[in-house]
Design a protein around this ligand. Structure first.
Ligand code: FES
Length: 87
């Protein structure tokens, strides 16, 4: 059974849950992506499309990704910011 992330009250962790509605990416798909080598949110977006439309899933997707990375023994994903000089 698949649940939608807006229905977290009473969420059963044994059931699959959509994290990204726009791209139909579930929490198990994120964990599977980590098992297959995804180590950053950028990688996850490229592989699954997660977060590439409306973006409302990004916070939760990052949380699921970080937990999956932690469970896999990898460090949390990081956001790398690049400072661009305007002058
Ligand atoms: S819910 Fe993920 S991009 Fe819209």
């Amino acid at each position: 059974m698949i649940q939608v992330n807006c229905c977290l009250i009473g969420f059963d962790e044994t059931q699959d849950m959509y994290i990204c509605i726009c791209q139909a990416v579930s929490d198990s798909a994120i964990r599977k992506a980590v098992d297959e080598g995804v180590r950053s949110f950028r990688d996850l977006s490229e592989v699954t499309g997660c977060g590439t439309q409306c973006g409302s899933c990004v916070k939760m997707a990052r949380e699921v990704l970080d937990k999956a990375l932690e469970d896999a023994g990898s460090p949390k994903s990081t956001v790398q910011l690049e400072v661009v000089s305007s002058g």
